[in-house]
Design a protein around this ligand. Structure first.
Ligand code: FPP
Length: 248
């Protein structure tokens, strides 16, 4: 990921509307969506997977270059084991069912976070999907799994320290771009817009470094109700913001 104030110029679509290059979403509110309908929480997560599908399709149509979704945080292990198992089941199902279409649409699948700690069959599905789509040239679809921004920064710091210890890196040369090059998002465009659904206004350890110059948008919609129209509304709100990167 390049320096935020450097080439972080949001692209313009042919129609003149400003389109963010990289959008990230904290998909929140699945449980509340289900509760309102007297349904089990898994029903909310299932509907959340539908919202994900619609949003991914719409993002591609709008010309967004990268879409990063917070699917499972490093803190989500604190949830009841039954809910964790439900979420992992949904992830398995999603990876098996959607990868053909993702690949057919030229999308590149990435995972950020320490996903190798998930069940080995899920790790294998992810690695297979990443390898299969790596040569595509379309949108980057990024799923954050067992992701925590502080952990990501700690891992980058550790990598730099190892390189300094082995003599391949001069500590005096470490700057923001050296850290960015070691983050999980290193191959993605700069983050332009970070959306959180369900009315909560927190970052919850998501993309803390990358959000330095991103526009933040908190919307009341519960994630299972999110779709292409909601994304278009968020993109329009982004287009109306003035970005100054610390300048005037
Ligand atoms: C937050 O809602 C949502 C999550 C922790 C999981 C997000 C997962 C999905 C959208 C399912 C599909 C994902 C994939 C990759 C197939 P919450 O449960 O915290 O809602 P609440 O705050 O209303 O309880």
């Amino acid at each position: 990921m390049a320096s935020p104030a450097g080439d972080a110029v949001a692209s313009r679509s042919a129609g003149g509307a400003v389109v963010p290059r990289h959008v990230a979403i904290i998909m929140d509110g699945n449980g509340r969506w289900a509760k309102k309908r007297l349904l089990p929480r898994i029903a909310g997560h299932r509907q959340g997977a539908e919202a994900l599908r619609k949003t991914l399709r719409a993002a591609g149509e709008m010309g967004i270059e990268a879409l990063t979704l917070y699917a499972f945080s490093s803190e989500n292990w604190r949830r009841p084991v039954t809910e964790i198992a439900d979420l992992m089941g949904l992830l398995r199902h999603y990876l098996r069912r959607e990868i053909d279409e993702i690949h057919a649409n030229g999308i590149r699948l990435h995972v950020i976070g320490d996903y190798r700690r998930l069940d080995s069959d899920i790790v294998a599905l992810i690695d297979e999907a990443r390898a299969r789509t790596a040569g595509n040239s379309g949108m980057h679809f990024v799923i954050a799994l067992n992701y925590g921004a502080q952990d990501e920064i700690v891992r980058a710091a550790r990598a730099l320290a190892e390189e300094a210890r082995s003599g391949t890196l001069d500590p005096a040369s470490i700057d923001a771009s050296a850290i960015e090059a070691r983050l999980d998002t290193h191959c993605l465009p700069p983050l332009d817009l970070l959306i959180r659904t369900s009315g909560e206004a927190r970052l919850s350890n998501f993309l803390l470094w990358q959000a330095a110059y991103a526009e933040l948008l908190f919307v009341d919609t519960l994630w299972p109700d999110f779709d292409g129209a909601a994304l278009a509304k968020a993109v329009a709100a982004f287009g109306a913001r003035e970005r100054r990167y610390g300048g005037l």
